[in-house]
Design a protein around this ligand. Structure first.
Ligand code: AHR
Length: 500
């Protein structure tokens, strides 16, 4: 059977916020050390930043980059990470049973963003696990105040004359999770988040703040957590966060392929909860969603990996090597975010380099693209503009976790110049999926390109030995005739169809 949908410029979702293509750099494993930062590497610049990695980060097309954690931030002392490098202390990182050298810190993070280019924006988390309002204010003053106060002058003395201008701030990380250092109840967190937000607005009413939502839809406190936190913070914050990671459990690949069903319901449930609190408060304000951690992550392997550590520096941790199947699920997660671009206005792929990442590196050696690199770079490049409303009529398949799921998952984005890009996933493992799209009133007459990520071996991956084993390929035969697009989506494939 053929999958179908209609595109019409009268039916739209929203403009895509560029922040939807954000990412995340945490002091975890080798994301920072030997990832983005490796003094002595043949491509390192004077600041120790790897140019081979910077090139790939630019090609990936990331925008807001969240920092410095993650679970790491709940023990973070920002003062350790500034000033002369040789005077910076070594600390225990409780989150990842590692030793943090603080060789890379706040100033280096801002320098890294500047080197990526103007599209990169800071998204800084404050520690609300072991610390509170005072330390958040001190960090904000150090980072953003021009000069003439103790902390802003300290930044200038450290060599950063210009303020960092950090606008987007996360009020802690995953405070609902019992694993979080300084874990809190919703009431406790709601109060400290509200007081931190109020105080940060006293320094600068223009900052944008993200309150912690749930670490996942399956958390026992899910929804009640959001409602309680927002009851305290509704007028003070701009976003509530969502985190979600997916992996195939017990070999159930069919459910794994439908992971975006869960992601979309998570988003819709958080929107409902935000709007419920807004209705209770009789507020006209809408809280938007910051999906600031999402990815495929083989999380079930991680606990043993971490507990075996004996405080090493920058160990190999969470270095998942992604297959074609993983990349198709990953692409489908991107489609889910785009389909909800009206309320998801920030999203961060967790993470950027080495740690569950699209970019891998070898210390002293090369950097390369994982399979997941391609859906992200294509979505960031062609997913700018207005999301069109896509309601698919698709053949379905049976999954253990989500019941009947559509074989087709799709969205479409219309750029300012009128060109349209369809992003589509065929979740079917065995059969190609014929696709027909009615193109109403869009003036589209031709296919510019149909690119697909698929492989006869769904387990194929890129590795140090074979870094370009999997790359997207061109698909022939896709056509626009009389206002109708016809295509065939290969089994288990991520597709980008550009129309003009
Ligand atoms: O991204 C890895 C970890 O996942 C983050 O540190 C934490 O916030 C989440 O549990």
């Amino acid at each position: 059977r053929t999958a179908r949908f209609t595109l019409d410029p009268a039916f739209t979702v929203a403009q895509v916020n560029p922040r939807l293509f954000g990412s995340f750099v945490e002091h975890l494993g080798r994301c920072v050390y030997t990832g983005i930062f490796e003094p002595g590497h043949p491509t390192a610049d004077e600041a120790g930043l790897r140019q081979d990695v910077l090139d790939l980060v630019r090609e990936l097309g990331v925008t807001a980059i969240r920092y410095p954690g993650g679970n790491f931030v709940s023990g973070y002392k920002w003062e350790d990470s500034v000033g002369p490098v040789e005077e910076r202390p070594r600390r225990l990182d409780l989150a990842w049973r590692s030793t943090e050298t603080n060789r890379f810190g706040l100033s280096e993070y801002i320098a890294f963003l500047k080197k990526i280019g103007p599209q990169a924006e800071p998204m800084m988390a404050v520690n609300l696990g072991t610390r509170g309002v005072a330390e958040a204010l001190e960090l904000q003053e150090y980072a953003n105040h021009p000069s003439g106060t103790a902390l802003s002058d300290l930044r200038v003395a450290h060599g950063d004359k210009d303020p960092f201008g950090i606008r987007l701030w996360c009020l802690g990380n995953e405070m609902d999770g019992p694993w979080q250092t300084g874990h809190k109840t919703a009431e406790e967190y709601g109060r400290i988040a509200a007081e931190t937000a109020r105080a940060m607005h006293q320094i600068d009413p223009g900052v944008e703040l993200v309150a912690c939502g749930s670490s996942g839809q399956s958390m026992p406190t899910f929804a009640e957590w959001e409602a309680t936190v927002l009851a305290e913070t509704y007028d003070l914050v701009d976003y509530i966060s969502l985190h979600a990671y997916y992996e195939p459990l017990d070999g159930d690949v069919d459910s794994f392929l439908a992971s975006a069903v869960d992601m979309e319901s998570f988003i819709e449930n958080v929107v409902a909860t935000c709007d419920h609190v807004g209705a209770r408060l009789k507020s006209k304000k809408k809280i938007n969603l910051s999906f600031d951690e999402w990815n495929v992550w083989y999380l079930s392997r991680t606990e043993a990996e971490v507990s075996a550590l004996d405080w090493p520096e920058a160990p190999r941790l969470l270095e998942d090597n992604y297959s074609v199947t993983d990349a198709v699920v990953f692409g489908s997660l991107l489609i889910a975010l785009l389909r909800h671009a009206d309320r998801v206005t920030v999203a961060c792929l967790a993470q950027l380099v080495n740690v569950i990442a699209p970019i891998m590196t070898e210390p002293g050696g090369p950097a390369w693209r994982q399979t997941t690199f391609f859906p992200f770079s294509q979505a960031s490049r062609y997913g700018r503009g207005e999301v069109l409303d896509v309601r698919v009529d698709s053949p379905t398949y049976e999954t253990k976790k989500y019941g009947e799921a559509d074989l087709l998952h799709a969205t479409a984005v219309r750029a300012e110049d009128g060109t349209v890009t369809v992003f589509a996933v065929n979740r079917g493992r065995a059969e190609p999926l014929p696709l027909e799209v009615a193109l109403n009133g869009l003036g589209l007459t031709r296919v510019v390109e149909h690119s697909a990520l698929a492989d006869a071996d769904p387990d194929a991956r890129n590795t140090l030995a074979e870094p370009e084993r999997v790359v997207p390929h061109a698909v022939e035969g896709t056509q626009v005739t009389d206002g109708r697009l016809t295509a065939v989506l290969e089994p288990l494939s991520w597709n980008v169809i550009r129309l003009a």
